[in-house]
Every structure is written in C-alpha cells, then in structure tokens.
Design a protein around this ligand. Sequence first.
Ligand code: BG6
Length: 475
Amino acid sequence: MVIIRKPLALVAGGFFAIMINMTPTIFIIFGVTGDLAGRKLLPSLLNLYVNKHLPAKFAIVGFSRRNFSREEFRQFIREHMKVVPGQYHEEDIKHFLDHMYYEQGLFDTPASYANLASRLQILDDGFHQCSNKLFHLAVAPSFYETILEYLSKSGLTIPCAGEEGWTRVLVEKPFGNDSDTARKLDKRLGELFDETQIFRIDHYLAKEALQNILIFRFNNTIFEPLWNYEHIEAVHIRLMEKNGIEGRGGFYDDVGALKDVGQNHILQMLALIAMEPPEAFDAVSIRKQRAKLISKIKPLNSKKLEEAVVRGQYEGYSSEKGVKRNSQTETYFRLETYIDTLRWKNVPFYLESGKAMAESKSEINIYFKGNDKQNILTFRIQPDEGIKIKFFVKTPGFGMVTEPKTMKFKYSDSPAFHELPDAYERVLYDAITGDQTLFTSTDEVLAAWKFITSVLSAWDRIPLKIYKKGSSTCH
Ligand code: BG6
C-alpha cells in the first residue's frame, strides 16, 4: 500500500482553532447500538462533522452483535441518534450517514475481529492510505477485558504506518468496580497498550466550566493567597440531576451513585479545586497534580463512616425496570471528607450527588471564613455555566447597613458561547489530536478507587434513606 504523507491543516474556528492531523481516521465503536452511542457519541461525531472538525477522510464502523445490512444499520442509526429535530439539514445527516459502516460480530470470537480487520483494510484501500484507528469501548465494563484482549491478539492495534497511522483506545467509565478490579484492568491495559494510546474518559473533565477552574485559580492572583485552610471554611461539590435512572436500571442497579458519578466526576471536580499548581499547563503536569491530590483524600475510617455519609434512594426506584425489587442501591449520597495536606488542614469537603432531585445542577461552592458575612465563590458547571462571588456592600442611603450582592461571569454572555463544544465532542476531538489532558491517568483512577473502596467497605452498614422524587437533598 502506498502511504501518502499529508501536511497538517489548520482548522478554522474558535474553540477548535488548533491543528488537526488530516490523516484519514476510522472510529470503531463497540456497542454502537447502546444508549451511550445514541445519546452522546454519534450526535457528537455528527456535530464535529457538520462543523468540519473531523479529518476530511473518515469512517465510523459500528461493531455489535445485532444483524444489520449496511442500509438497515444506517436507518437504525438515523433513529437511534438523539438529535434535536430540525437542528441539522437533512443533507448533512445523509452525508454523515454515508461515512457509516457496520460489522456484525461477537466480542469473544476471533473470527469477528478478523472480519473487522478486513473491513478496516478495505476502508484503508479506499483512502489509499493507512488510516488512524480509534477504538471506542462503549460497552458494559464486563466486556472490556475480552475486547481489549482480542483487539490486541488480532493485531488490530498495531499502527499500520508508524507515526502516521496511530491506533488509540477510548475506554469509558466505570473503570473497574473497586480497587482490585481497577488495578487488574489497568495492568492488563498496560500490557496490551502503551499509556499514550490509552484514553480513559471522564467526560466531566471535558466540560468547559471545569476546564476553567485551573485557569481561574492560577491566573487571578487575588485568590491563590486565600486558597487554604486559613481562609476557607468548607467546600461543597454537588452533582444533582432531575432525571431518575432513565431506563438504565439494568446497569445502574449494580453500580449506584457513588461509583457512577462519585468515583469519577465528583473526585475530578475536587481534584481541580484543591490540587497544587502544575509545573506547566500540559497533560503530564496537570494529570500528575490531579492524581496527587486524589491520593491525599483521607480514607474514611469505619468508625466515622456513619456520621460522615448519607445514602439515599428515591421513592419508586425499586419498581423501575431492571432494578431488583428489594434493591439497596443508592441513588443519592453525601460524604464529608478531608484532604491530608497542609493547605487543606481540617477543611471539610462535602461531596453530594443524587438522581430525581428538585433540579439539575452541578456546582462547586467555596465558603470563605467570616462570621455572619460569608463570601461564597461558586463555580456553576451546568446548566447556566458561570462563576459568581457573593460579597457585601453598604446599602445605599442613610445609615451603615450592609447587604449581600453578587458579581457574575456567565458563559452565555460570551460571544463564543454558541460555539462551546459538548463534552463528548471535546473528548473525541482531543482523542484524535492526541491530547490526554482531559483524560484520566492510571494514577488518578487507582487513587480514586482507593478512596471509594474505603467508603464502600462499610457501605452496607449505613442505613438507606428513602427520599421523595423532587427533593433538594436527603437527610
Ligand atoms: C454519567 C453517569 O457518567 O454522567 C450518568 O453514568 C449521569 O448516570 C451522567 O447522568 C451525568 O453527566 P451529564 O454530562 O449529563 O451531567
């Protein structure tokens, strides 16, 4: 095969104004018929395509057990892909679907991988070039090891043209089920792939408002001197969702809120708020500091556990589809924890998340010390992304009365707001460009599991509280 080396092209546009390597790229999605592919991956790829942020030559190959002809597959994807009606021109959707191919196969059958390899070869022949291959594991975690193993054995992960045709693997969360399983999976992954090929997704890291935390902290000198136990009284990190489990009972009931969003999204928010400054603003330095911080979260000792933890389940959860009738799985948790560093001596960090709550809201509140007048700095992650500070002023007029006011930055006021990429678009884009900053490293994942496993070790001793749907918290 003739390998044509193409130059790098500059992609126009605000958020994506960086170099994208124009080597043809193939996305291979395992579990393409699943919920995640329909809700996030395919709509994100479509949007990247429509906005010309994908390499000009690309293909998407869906791999799954179901039997489809190519036409049936495209028809299925058209219906499966959650896009707002009227958001795109039908022509654009049609052209996007023209890039889609299907490979029916079983995850544990070598012949399926051989068929996949032939399919990829045919596509490369059509491109007249060895393409980049991005293998995305959008499947239940119980399939990870099998797929990784067969991918590696089949030789599919060996780049076909050195630097020019890379292969990468995107792994979804949950990454493991506790410290032991995560370590085992990570070890296996490390044996099969180089760390630079592994992209472990935590899509919260790719949220714009989360990326801003480090910029805000380390570019505004007025805050850094106050960013410690002498001035901060408490930190409250919340990820609340109005929705319940939305038909994902079969998956969710084995996982629960702590592992579903606590082990990953919430600990990553905590890491960004509390970590030490990175040596440089690059993937290696930032990931190193995030990991270091997560490793300093104090394991809850079992004696304090019952005081420090609330576990809840929304009313009606146990009659949802796919959920065990007497399920003890939590849909809500609240943890009080501490960080074992001088900076954060005795500062409580409250971590809270729940489904079927009064409103959907992810935010981080930093409560500064102050008796009756407390300054509060809020990072609103979503919706209504922004940053605000509560402070006090003199009420205009006679007398010396004070009143609280807020200063706000709202993303929606920014001219670039309409261009903000969805977190999954960012994840996919960065995986193509090879930037690992917004992906979790081995050290982060293992440190996060170490802490969560300490909580889980006494989880069943904590009484499960039933809360009404639409509650703002659970007591
Ligand atoms: C996922 C969890 O990782 O994050 C879901 O599995 C949760 O249960 C989701 O709803 C929240 O993400 P977002 O981007 O909708 O806030």
